[in-house]
Design a protein around this ligand. Structure first.
Ligand code: LLP
Length: 419
């Protein structure tokens, strides 16, 4: 459910006309709906009500400060994967005791930063990393709380690039080696074993892979308990998939209904790290039609948003619904919606049957709130888009559009190149 709806044939973001925002802030423009964001966050929080839990929003999906602050104000924790994300989470006001830190390549500086910040736990992905965290913690004389990221070898049936829980993936520790790793972790001088973590992939549109993975992990938790290793935090990783087309993926309450019975009677705190399902459908990307071009086999709708603004179609062949912001009777055309970037992979839609559009009109790319702006870049020296949050009838600029100057501020000219 989201709050981007047509009223009198014009698209609104909550109660504000998208056209008005596009004209005021320019395009490409990301627009987020405050009430959709809040509702999606609460849907998770309320679904797991009654069982101790922390919803740790996955910053990688969207790390805008205003969005993070909104979640922090409503009790969210954070799932971070870099020093930069940790910095953002802390700055937005997420309590450090609600921050979990995953990722296969944590550097010494990042580990030190996280230890000093007193985060809830590191989700550790390898033996070498475990030893490194132990070493760094020893050096600064603190103890490091850790969970091991266990790879349950469950197929999440999603796109191969965003599937992570199989043996062949770089993530986590194979489940059959888990006991040995926990034994090692318990022996290390500066490590406190506090939890267990798993994450099998993203855009999962069924509940069953979550259930199967949790069952496997709980068998392990029981074995660990039998050996005196106390697990307090059970982190089940990212959240559900979302609707990009017409599909209706399960809701947080469906997930909770299937997972909570498995946890009954266990003294654990459940952690979830949803990203996409909270922000995905709460954001749109507005773009302007620059030119129309008739190709031999199809038409090209050339817009001012490129793969640098929204990478998902180019990278994963991902589908995003694209629609004009004004509804009227139109002919259907077969078109590629492409950006201005000098790459054939620069498209937002391929061979799409879509309403005929006119030069100069605005289109919206739906479901762009997750992995949209956060994956954007300056490729082709394009300043990154502005971001706006709408709340009821009000709208707020939450990130200024970059300027040309921003492109070069960090660059330095060696003296010998002086003119
Ligand atoms: N936790 C961990 C350890 C993760 O690796 C991820 C996502 C999440 C949580 C959040 O998962 P979510 O609730 O968003 O499904 N760029 C890709 C998605 C990459 C996902 C990476 N990990 C895309 O645009 O589809």
């Amino acid at each position: 459910m989201h709050l981007f709806k047509y009223r009198n044939r014009e698209l609104l973001a909550e109660d504000v006309h998208v056209k008005k925002l596009a004209e005021k802030y320019g395009t490409p423009l990301y627009i987020y709906s405050y009430n959709t964001l809040l509702r999606h966050f609460k849907a998770y929080d309320e679904a797991f009500d009654g069982y101790p839990h922390i919803i740790c929003f996955a910053l990688k999906a969207n790390s805008n400060a205003a969005i993070l602050r909104l979640f922090a104000k409503n009790g969210s924790g954070a799932d971070v994967v870099s020093g930069g994300e940790l910095f953002r989470a802390l700055k937005a006001g997420v309590p450090s005791k609600k921050i979990v830190y995953a990722g296969v390549g944590k550097t010494e500086e990042e580990i030190r930063y996280a230890l000093k910040s007193k985060i809830l736990m590191f989700n550790v992905e390898s033996e070498n990393e475990l030893r490194e965290i132990d070493r760094v913690a020893g050096k600064i004389r603190v103890r490091a709380p850790i969970a091991l990221r266990i790879n349950p070898d469950i197929d999440p049936e999603t796109h191969p690039y965003i599937s992570t829980g199989l043996k062949k993936h770089k993530f986590g520790i194979p489940i059959e080696d888990a006991l040995e790793y926990y034994k090692l972790a318990s022996r290390l001088k500066n490590i406190d074993v506090v939890g267990i973590h798993k994450h099998i992939g993203s855009q999962i549109t069924k509940v069953s892979p979550f259930v199967d993975a949790l069952k496997r992990i709980l068998i392990l938790v029981d074995e660990l308990t039998g050996r005196g290793v106390k697990i307090q935090y059970l982190d089940i990783g990212g959240g559900l998939g979302i609707s990009y087309r017409e599909e209706e993926p399960p809701l947080p309450k469906d997930l909770a209904k299937n997972l909570l019975p498995l946890l009954d009677g266990r003294k654990l705190t459940l952690i979830m790290e949803p990203g996409r399902s909270i922000v995905g459908n709460a954001g749109i990307l507005v773009t302007k039609v620059l030119y129309l071009k008739k190709g031999v086999e199809k038409e090209f709708v050339i817009v001012d948003a490129g793969m640098n603004d929204l990478m998902r179609p180019s990278l994963y062949g991902a589908y995003h619904h694209i629609t004009p912001i004004v509804k009227k009777k139109r002919r259907t055309i077969l078109a590629d919606v492409v950006g201005p970037i000098c790459e054939s992979a620069d498209f937002l839609a391929k061979e799409r049957e879509m309403p005929e559009v006119r030069q100069g009109e605005y289109l919206v790319v739906m479901s762009a709130g997750a992995y949209g702006f956060s994956m954007s870049s300056n490729y082709n020296s394009r300043p990154r888009a502005a971001e706006v949050m709408v709340k009821g009838e009000k709208h707020y600029l939450i990130r200024e559009r970059e300027k040309y100057d921003d492109l070069t501020t960090r660059e330095k000219l060696p003296k010998f190149l002086n003119l």
